[in-house]
Design a protein around this ligand. Structure first.
Ligand SMILES: *[C@@H]1O[C@H](CO)[C@@H](O)[C@H](O)[C@H]1NC(C)=O
Length: 230
């Protein structure tokens, strides 16, 4: 195995070099370098994915990991979290539901919730979800309806900001950034609704043709429109 000699060599260097150097007259520049602690293992990243549903916080992974591992840096716990990133929204038009996914921000988070604007009404606030959750379902969506969905993260210092909150009543007209915490969705019409619509339009067209024919053959002569022959 080519890795092992390298590793032993690295170990020997880290153990022996400081002692060897202590015999030499101290060099101020090298002394600084010695003080930075060398990791005993090559640095590995914890198995943490900010977009994975039911993802245990990285600090907890670090605590239980047999091998020390690295976590992504987080903003200060004294500041409200950065906004989470709303991902794909899967609309189930048949049931009037939508499945919403998001990714955690690089901030300490205690809980998440969803906000839903319907037209100029709202927002409705969804239930609080713990910090491991990355997806949630929305119900009661109307076919053909347009909604703005935002995901909010919160910690002890406050709530992450949602773009649509600034828009307030005019949230329908706010430009939503592509990778922000908000997204605008339009629920498609249900196939059943489309069939009804098609039957309705078909019936109307048939009635119109019938009345045109009746007019042509029965009423026109009686009401004395002169029949022109070419
Ligand atoms: C967080 O919420 C999820 C979904 O409701 C649940 O399965 C999980 O056990 C909760 N985790 C904690 C730590 O409360």
């Amino acid at each position: 195995m080519p890795g092992s000699p390298c590793f032993l060599w690295l170990l020997a260097v880290t153990c022996l070099v400081p002692r060897a150097q202590s015999l030499d007259p101290p060099d101020p520049e090298e002394e600084d370098e010695d003080q930075t602690p060398l990791p005993p293992w090559p640095a590995i990243h914890c198995d943490y994915d900010r977009c994975r549903h039911l993802q245990v916080p990285c600090q907890e992974l670090q605590r239980v990991s047999p091998v020390p591992c690295l976590c992504p840096g987080l903003s200060s716990p004294d500041k409200p979290p950065e906004p989470p990133r709303l991902g794909e929204v899967h609309i189930m038009a048949e049931e009037g539901r939508a499945l919403v996914h998001w990714c955690a921000p690089s901030s300490p988070v205690l809980q998440y919730w969803l906000l839903l604007w319907e037209g100029s009404r709202g927002p409705q606030r969804g239930p609080s979800l713990n910090a491991t959750v990355r997806r949630a379902e929305l119900g009661g969506l109307k076919p053909g309806g347009t909604y703005v969905i935002c995901v909010v993260a919160s910690n002890k210092a406050g709530d992450s900001h949602a773009v649509a909150q600034e828009g307030g009543e005019n949230s329908e007209h706010v430009d939503l950034p592509a990778f922000g915490p908000c997204s605008r969705i339009t629920v498609p019409l249900r196939p059943a609704t489309l069939v009804h619509l098609a039957v309705g339009v078909g019936t109307a067209l048939a009635l119109l043709s019938c009345s045109a024919l009746v007019w042509h053959f029965c009423l026109r002569d009686r009401w004395g429109c002169p029949r022109r022959r070419l």
